[in-house]
Ligand binder design. Sequence first.
Ligand code: MV4
Length: 452
Amino acid sequence: MFKKILIANRGEIALRVIRTCKEMGIKTVAVYSTADAESLHVRFADEAVCIGPPPSNLSYLKISNIIAAAEITNADAIHPGYGFLSENAKFSKICEEHKIKFIGASAEMISKMGDKATAKATMRAAGVPCVPGSEGIIKDFKECIKLAKEVGYPVMLKATAGGGGKGMRAVWKEENLQDAWDSARQEAAASFGNDGMYMEKLIEEPRHIEIQIVGDSSGKACHLSERDCSIQRRHQKLTEETPSPFMTDTLREKMGEAAVKAAEYIKYEGAGTIEFLVDKHRNFYFMEMNTRIQVEHPITEQVIDYDLIREQILVAAGVPISGKNYFPQLHSIECRINAEDPYHGFRPSPGKITNLHAPGGHGVRIDTHVYSGYVIPPNYDSMIAKLITTAQTREEAINKMKRALDEFVIEGIKTTIPFHRQLMDDPKYIEGNYTTKFMEDFKMKPQEVAGE
Ligand code: MV4
């Protein structure tokens, strides 16, 4: 078992990993930029190394500084968390070359699943349902027109190096195909340095339902059921829940089986997530695979009483998984609390938290690194806390979320708490009747003025 793990991340996920390491008797090394000198993950770790100034590319993305920190502290493994270098094949490779265990996927796996057209071809070969479309990258616009006719409009053009919606265009009529093709490739070249495009039949009003999987070094895999992540704004998840209100036992069996088949086919090691698009007829199609722990992993942990970070560390240390699949025994909802103003287009609201009171009580979990007096730096992601409620039923979990949001006091900055509080009163949300289109029609009600 590892003696010392360096956490190559910051914020709540760094704290999350440190907590499990402490419970496992593993020493921890935090790395931090000068903007995070007062951050909790620095305080909770056994050791801490400053790896640079605030800009991510000079600190949390600077591979040489992170490897140096691991070398000088003699860490035998690195946990990358999510974001930053968690799906960086070069970093995974360099860790391997330095004989530091990367608690994540191999460089080959990251590259294979990171190239969306290759990932899809692999899943198709594994027998996982995929959206009808091109066989790989589209050669040129001539082939694009021909393919669109065969697939039938509407179609979705996607960047193979993309993900999360970048370099993606929905095309409803042939007359718009040329512009979409040109602008998508331009965006992909600018964002990823790779303008390879593939095409799919457009799935209208899909749900985003993902399956958590864990694979071990023997090639065995299991699934931990689904998370419904359909409520997103500009491809940023806002809230997630498990079980999905759209799920049936049959669909869960079929999606879980497909996810395990995929993981075993590629001999996936570690924790991973297979994202599916689900249409209104409950047909499901492979969308993307994430080779990292995800922000929303706590709701899965809550409904099956499981520590996913612990599992990642055990699998990386070569411990075999039991192989059994897990099904939700409770209902759990996560609300991402961001330092953003929902009354002004969710614009960022960094600054000093002058007062903070976190909710508590039965079935309330908060994963956060912030505290009263903490100054939120403007350099990083705006998420400051994850509020998770868990109960026997969806209705109870929603009620608990309402109560917890009402208790949650964060002063000095704007947050998305009012958005989540209104969401919990939204009739379509309460019915569980929502798709990835939900936020297009959502409007914040006017702010209540204190005392009125
Ligand atoms: C799609 C789609 C409809 N049809 N593919 C969004 C980002 C990336 N994960 C792929 N995405 C989509 N792919 C086909 N063939 C609709 C989306 C999509 C979406 C998917 C999941 C969650 C939110 C979304 C928001 C807009 C579009």
